[in-house]
Design a protein around this ligand. Structure first.
Ligand SMILES: [Zn+2]
Length: 185
């Protein structure tokens, strides 16, 4: 059976066969035009797809021309790097939020890590806090400043003196950090 799957933007066509005797999903690349995937009878299609995708870093270089390969490889590396950083960011930023919210005791609905290009963080009136995953690449004091900044927006959705008094409670040198961060963006 002919099937196709999108691997990092490339449509890869492959032959698909199921064998009752086989134990594992197996991918064989015979040539740039011939890829064979075999799987045990019972394995779900979604598992087969997940397996193929997990091996895309190995499959794609075998299929494309040199320049194409490097381009795809870079894309793939970037994607994996992003995934890794995002996971790290989730851990680090949730921990810092919990740490500082022990002081404030505000209620928030969700914390999301995003690939926002222009902002380090944001906070909505519905109580969800968003952070840019790149935030964790900054110095700890700047990370903490952004975390506290967004946290305090849960109470004050503005930059009034009352807002900055809240921030100052846990970040006494917030003015310096605010300037440092502005120089970075
Ligand atoms: Zn703000």
């Amino acid at each position: 059976m002919h099937k196709s799957i999108n691997l990092d933007g490339i449509e890869v066509v492959y032959d698909f066969k199921r064998y009752s005797g086989s134990k594992n999903i197996k991918i064989t690349v015979f040539s740039t035009h011939r890829v064979l995937v075999t799987a045990p009878k019972r394995v779900r299609e979604s598992d087969v797809n997940a397996f193929i995708i997990s091996r895309s870093g190995w499959i794609l270089p075998l299929l494309g021309n040199e320049s194409n390969v490097n381009h795809k490889k870079n894309l793939l590396e970037k994607k994996m790097e992003y995934k890794k950083l995002k996971r790290r960011a989730e851990e680090i930023l949730s921990a810092r939020l919990r740490h500082f919210n022990a002081i404030y005791g505000f209620r928030f609905k969700s914390v999301k890590i995003r690939n926002q290009s222009s902002r380090w963080g944001s906070c909505s009136s519905s109580g969800s806090i968003n952070f840019n995953y790149r935030l964790i690449l900054l110095d700890q004091e700047l990370i903490d400043y952004v975390v506290v900044h967004e946290l305090c927006h849960l109470r004050e959705m503005n930059h009034s003196p009352a807002f900055w008094r809240l921030v100052e409670k846990s970040i006494p040198n917030y003015k310096v950090l605010k300037k440092k961060l502005a120089r970075l963006s």
